[in-house]
Write a protein that binds this ligand. Structure first.
Ligand code: NAG
Ligand code: NAG
Ligand code: NAG
Ligand code: NAG
Ligand code: NAG
Ligand code: NAG
Ligand code: NAG
Ligand code: NAG
Ligand code: NAG
Length: 882
């Protein structure tokens, strides 16, 4: 690997594998800028910035003059943008991330945060007006603005807790002392901690006892963000400084999430069935194995909702093909038809890279070549990479004809009449990944060396085996070095080169944008194109799309799995922080890690524990690699039992989480969140990333150590209820040691103050679940009150003709369930369960009428009062305990 170490004369700057390191004194000595010509019009401020002294030219020439624009876009959002007026620099295209309107600025007087500045040297700060706290301040840190290097540094309060700046596998709360977060999409096998991974979300939430705010630097270029004691420093290799400061709230962190969603969009709704169990692996050898997994799940009576197939199904790993011997089309169609006949679903993997196969009659390559839609080298030739099928080309998602091309490929191959009728799409390798080692002068030779595509390791199965027997365009100035900018970000790919293991950064899109600027957008653009292609193929139907690489805003289109982790206890634990980052901070809530672990071999107990932890990821999928032992949940007795136990909980809670997801899609409220979202003043919650809230009110606290049957959990000062026994548990704001937690149990609590809408029983498919009666669980808070919501629609349509939206309110012994019952569920309310009832009431009224004694039961031991209701779920009702 090209290891190099250059000491630039007179500057204490070193470039090495692991990125550029600079003596902070060198940056601190830069001249910064002076503001002049300051103009204020209502909520808008503009100024000119002039270099304030001798250029320091750290990684290029300092740009002498800049423009500053500040807009109070809403009472909670200030947009600060610094650009070079003399040249059009790259900015994240609106076509990829549409910006919220700043056309009607609000008065700074009404805003919750304030922009303040000094003119000489120029520096700015953002202050929370209600508390006079400074949230962001560049004071004493000169801004550096060069063609390929931008630097902004802010002081941080001593009590700042920073979350976000992913994708990464660090702890959820970032270590403030010495952490570098690098944003540069990378195929990161094994998801190593402390390095850049698949996606890029340059946003952080800062939480302190006095409030939560958020900062987005809307920039898609490679960057290092460095946290050092008391400061946060951006080092960016292009684009512009484009900050959104979000006031968040003094009391409710959810406001920060909602305000971030106003900038990047709220999450796309997914079909109801998406919350069912998904099974996948890399390494299903043939169609018979795929069919057997489906049969074996049914035989084990574990509810399998969706069967997935990885690249194994492809003919020589070429997208939009099936292997005629191992996965023949007619047999695969039979499998899909079987699944659909049982209300089960089917998802297949699609990679972006298309095999470079001129004159071989390979449609996807020939049609793309005819449309000329491939990513190009600077000299105009097709850029060649190396992926699963061998030498490949890459679709150019900026090409004007790309959507038609991609939709047409989906229409042809995923065709219900002649091809494979998929219910959702899985898109991978979209960093984009390449296996080619730099300098990659001969990918053909490397393809031979790496044996791509790999030969099959087994013989083909009989073709007729019985199955289911059991069941803004710019060009860079010539000075820019698109391959090796002087500031080298801490890219963990071999050699640290920006082009290492991906499409080269000097490749050019149809609109003349280069991969140097747009690399971090590739996966999100493929996501949008795939969403459009699926909508074209299945008009009016929502779709589940799961991607690997994401950029800010991706959640408005797709969900995401956390990539190629290992079957280790460490990855089991870290998957929680990974999920929280995506769901709570980045607005990508349809998220989950590969359950039981992707690479290496899992164990019975790890897989049992992970099945249970993973049942509380929004996206629940078991998936592993081709070289790992099989790990379907039915493979071991403990795992089977654990999976069944927890799927019973997950399925009964499905409408609860579906409602939470619907609310997220409207407002950006998090579907899962850390404890501090609900207990923002309790500092003991800030570092916790081994427990989380699933929806607003389900606290999940898995066992976290191998072979252990105990776990120390934290319960804030509040009342909780054990999910299974429904007995009250008082939180005291101290750790609680739970012991004797068997390998088939996971501690789950209801947070007091909730009315949960549950299905009365779980079922083998989500379609059947929708035909199952409801029951409501009333879990009063310390104030004796509780509330909840329930949203129901047809579960599949993009536009809903009718929906049911119900609110549940409980206080002083009365539960009122009311709302709009527009969507006809055809089911009943079976019963209401009141928790923590001190003694049996003398009389229970249902809609004012006395309920017969036989319809009421009370347990002294658990303090649970059950009231049978038996009314059609077509109108509201009231239950009163007297
Ligand atoms: C704005 O900044 C100036 C200079 O740092 C400082 O003197 C002043 O107090 C600040 N004003 C507010 C309202 O923070
Ligand atoms: C910061 O972390 C890096 C990488 O982990 C380590 O090499 C370095 O010694 C640390 N520096 C300090 C001051 O702790
Ligand atoms: C399915 O179960 C049968 C019977 O237990 C077993 O022989 C077979 O290996 C299993 N196949 C798969 C793919 O799970
Ligand atoms: C164009 O550039 C690519 C990549 O640098 C190179 O492999 C190819 O030979 C070049 N083609 C021509 C015609 O110069
Ligand atoms: C990065 O790779 C490109 C393409 O092989 C090469 O031109 C460049 O010199 C490399 N830079 C470094 C720092 O290795
Ligand atoms: C891209 O640049 C080329 C060469 O300068 C120019 O001919 C072409 O019109 C540009 N295309 C777009 C979409 O700007
Ligand atoms: C997984 O187990 C199989 C068979 O038990 C073994 O061949 C393989 O080497 C193991 N893989 C790892 C990564 O340990
Ligand atoms: C867990 O138990 C297994 C089987 O007894 C043992 O091999 C393993 O070393 C144990 N792991 C730990 C961390 O104690
Ligand atoms: C642990 O749980 C098992 C099974 O539920 C029970 O039989 C046993 O008594 C429990 N042990 C302790 C120490 O609580």
């Amino acid at each position: 690997m090209g290891f190099f170490h250059v000491l630039l004369a007179s500057l204490a700057i070193s470039r090495a594998l692991g990125g550029t390191t600079v003596d902070p004194a060198v940056l601190a000595a830069c001249p910064g800028y002076t503001a002049s010509d300051v103009k204020v019009h209502g909520g808008t401020l503009t100024a000119s910035l002039k270099l304030a002294g001798k250029a320091c030219n750290v990684f290029g020439s300092d740009i002498p003059a800049l423009s500053l624009q500040v807009v109070y876009e809403t009472n909670n959002r200030i947009h600060v943008k610094i650009t070079d007026p003399s040249s059009a620099r790259y900015e994240v295209p609106e076509s990829v991330l549409p910006r919220p309107s700043g056309a009607n600025p609000v008065s700074p007087k009404s805003a919750a945060i304030k922009f303040n500045y000094t003119t000489s040297p120029f520096g700015f700060s953002i202050m929370r007006k209600s508390t006079s706290e400074v949230l962001f301040s560049t004071a004493s840190h000169p801004i550096i603005y060069e063609p390929q290097y931008l630097r902004v540094k802010t002081n941080l309060a001593p009590d700042a807790n920073i979350f976000g700046l992913g994708e990464h596998t660090n702890t959820f709360r970032l270590n403030p002392d010495n952490t570098t977060l690098t944003l540069w999409s990378r195929d990161a096998y094994g998801v190593p901690t402390g390095s850049n991974l698949y996606g890029n979300h340059p946003v952080y939430f800062e939480h302190r006892k006095t409030g939560t705010h958020a900062v987005l630097l809307l920039n898609s270029n490679g960057m290092d963000i460095k946290l050092t004691r008391g400061a946060l420093e951006y080092n960016v290799i292009g684009g512009v400084l484009d900050f959104y400061f979000l006031a968040g709230s003094q009391t409710d962190p959810t406001e920060a999430a909602k305000q971030y969603a106003e900038v990047v969009g709220t999450p796309a709704e997914v079909p109801y069935w998406s919350f069912g169990l998904h099974q996948c692996r890399f390494g299903y050898n043939n169609y018979i194995e795929v069919a057997d997994v489906i049969s074996n799940y049914s035989a084990a009576r574990i509810p399998l909702e969706t069967m997935w197939t990885d690249i194994d199904y492809m003919d020589r790993r070429r997208i939009m093909t099936v292997d005629p011997d191992y996965f023949p089309m007619n047999r695969m169609r039979e499998i899909v038809e079987h699944l659909h006949s049982q209300d089960q679903r089917f998802v297949l993997m699609t990679d972006p890279a298309v095999g470079y196969l001129p004159d071989q009659g390979y449609g996807p390559y020939d049609r793309g070549t005819a449309d000329d839609i491939w990513l190009k080298n600077a000299n105009g030739s097709q850029h060649l990479g190396l992926v699963w099928p061998g030498v490949t080309v890459y679709p150019d998602w900026f090409h004007p004809k790309i959507q038609d091309y991609w939709s047409n490929e989906f229409e042809l191959f995923y065709n219900p009449e002649t091809g494979l009728d998929i219910d959702g799409a899985w898109i991978d390798m979209n960093e984009p990944s390449s296996f080619c080692d730099l300098p990659c002068t001969n990918p053909f030779q490397q393809a031979v060396k790496q044996a791509l595509p790999p030969p099959r390791s087994t013989l083909p199965p009989p073709p007729d085996a019985p199955i289911f027997v059991n069941s803004i365009p710019v060009r860079h100035s010539k000075r820019d070095d698109l391959l090796t900018p002087q500031y080298s970000i801490n890219n963990a790919a071999p050699g640290g080169n920006l082009s290492s293991k991906t499409a080269f950064t000097d490749t050019v899109h149809a609109n003349n944008l280069t991969e140097y600027d747009t690399h971090n957008l590739y996966g999100t653009m493929m996501s949008v194109a795939t969403q459009q292609a699926m909508l074209a193929r299945r008009p009016g139907l929502r779709t589940l799309i799961i991607t690997r690489s994401t950029f800010a805003g991706a959640g408005a289109h797709v969900g995401k799995w956390l990539g190629d982790n290992f079957s280790t206890w460490d990855h089991y634990r870290r998957s929680i922080a990974g999920m929280l980052g995506m769901a709570t901070i980045y607005q990508v809530p349809m998220v989950g890690a590969d359950i039981c672990g992707y690479a290496q071999n899992t164990t019975e107990t790890l897989c049992a524990r992970w099945a249970m932890l993973g049942a509380f990821y929004p996206f629940m999928r078991n998936h592993n690699s081709d070289t790992s032992n099989s790990q379907e949940f039915y493979r071991w007795p403990l795992t089977t039992e654990a999976a069944k136990n927890v799927l019973d909980m997950r399925y009964r809670l499905l409408d609860y989480i579906y409602t939470s997801f619907h609310e997220a899609s409207l407002q950006g409220t998090p579907v899962v969140s850390p404890l501090w979202f609900k207990y923002p003043k309790d500092a003991a919650t800030y570092p916790i990333d081994l427990q989380w809230l699933y929806g607003d009110s389900i606290l999940v606290s898995p066992v976290t150590e191998e072979n252990s049957t105990s776990v120390s959990i934290y319960l804030p000062k509040d009342i909780f209820y054990d999910f299974l026994t429904l007995t009250p548990v008082r939180g005291t704001g101290a750790p609680v040691l739970l012991t004797n937690v068997s390998f088939t149990e996971i501690p789950v609590h209801i947070k007091g103050g909730a009315v949960l809408p549950l299905r009365a029983k779980s079922t083998m498919t989500t379609s059947e679940l929708r035909e199952t009666d409801f029951e409501f669980v009333v879990a009063p808070g310390t104030d004796g009150k509780a509330e909840g919501h329930l949203y129901i629609d047809d579960g599949v349509s993009v536009d809903q003709a009718a929906a049911t939206e119900v609110a549940m309110h409980y206080k002083y012994g009365t539960l009122v369930v009311s709302g709009n019952f527009g969507f006809k569920t055809g089911v009943n309310t079976a019963r209401v369960r009141f928790l923590n009832v001190a003694k049996a009431p003398a009389v229970v009224l249902l809609n004012g009428k006395v309920v017969a004694r036989k319809s009421v039961s009370y347990s002294k031991a658990t303090k649970v009062l059950d009231v049978a209701v038996g009314l059609p779920f077509t109108r509201g009702f009231t239950v009163t305990l007297l």
